[in-house]
Design a protein around this ligand. Structure first.
Ligand code: ATP
Ligand code: MG
Length: 233
């Protein structure tokens, strides 16, 4: 049975792709079949996309970065590093929500993967299409949510607010991941994670600390899918 997750963020650049890639690698290491979809990416340079969201996701999936693979993982791509509808407008293109919903729903329905990760764009209430925000896509797809929040000053409120918004629209949160901020002057990471957990209404909260060791992703995966994965301390 497929576990499909909507990877939402409390903010843009918060770590959604980072968490998705770590989860993909952890799942593949367990022999699971994984599929990922990042339907829309802006700030996309077609001549240099190894570090783009689709490039990183394809690398984590172990897929060669071909044009076909790119079209499949991220069908809508825009050059300007703006919210997708603004970036589309600059290119004289429209970006209606309905085809996006249809594509995502079709891919989810057809997937035979053990784990299907759909990464949205920006924050949960960021503009996604000409006529919709990320939350509208979630409303249409009704997937369980993996919310990625941050560790900067103010991130607790942003993360818990996004969690409440998802819940308020009837979307259960499967987990929250607190992605550590790169700024060394950010509040204590362990304390931030504990504070978020204390107010998350019972939703499990996982840390994504900076540093090469991604053992946290194994713990997260084990919590998401009932697997005999040993949890690191
Ligand atoms: N916990 C973390 N540990 C190490 N690096 C991180 C972490 N979180 C984010 N990053 C890095 O910060 C940058 C932004 O993260 P990422 O691209 O995952 O954000 P995003 O939420 O997917 O952004 P977007 O809204 O553009 O999709 C990337 O270079 C990523 O590798
Ligand atoms: Mg991303």
């Amino acid at each position: 049975m497929t576990l499909s997750l909507f990877i939402a963020g409390s903010h843009t650049d918060i770590g959604k792709t980072h968490v998705a890639c770590a989860l993909i690698r952890a799942a593949r290491a367990q022999g699971l079949v994984v599929e990922a979809l990042k339907p829309i990416a802006s700030g996309f340079d077609p001549t240099d996309w190894a570090d783009s969201d689709p490039g990183r996701l394809l690398a984590a999936l172990g897929e060669a970065p071909s044009a076909v693979a790119l079209d499949r993982i991220t069908p809508w791509r825009y050059a300007a590093p703006l919210a997708p509808p603004s970036a589309a407008r600059l290119e004289g293109r429209t970006l209606p929500l309905e085809p996006l919903i249809d594509l995502c729903a079709g891919r989810l329905a057809a997937s035979a993967a053990d784990l299907f990760l759909l990464e949205s764009a920006g924050g949960l209430m960021s503009p996604l299409a000409d006529d919709g925000i990320c939350l509208d896509l979630l409303d249409a797809l009704c997937l369980p949510v993996l919310l990625v929040g941050g560790g900067y000053l103010g991130a607790m409120s942003h993360t818990l607010t996004a969690a409440e918004v998802a819940r308020g629209r009837g979307h259960p949160l499967r987990a929250i991941v607190v992605s550590q901020d790169a700024d060394p002057t950010a509040p204590d990471f362990t304390e931030t994670r504990s504070l978020i957990a204390a107010h998350a209404g019972g939703v499990p909260v996982f840390p994504a600390p900076r540093g090469g060791d991604q053992a946290w992703a194994q713990s997260l995966l084990a919590a998401l899918i009932d697997l005999p994965v040993s949890a690191p301390a």
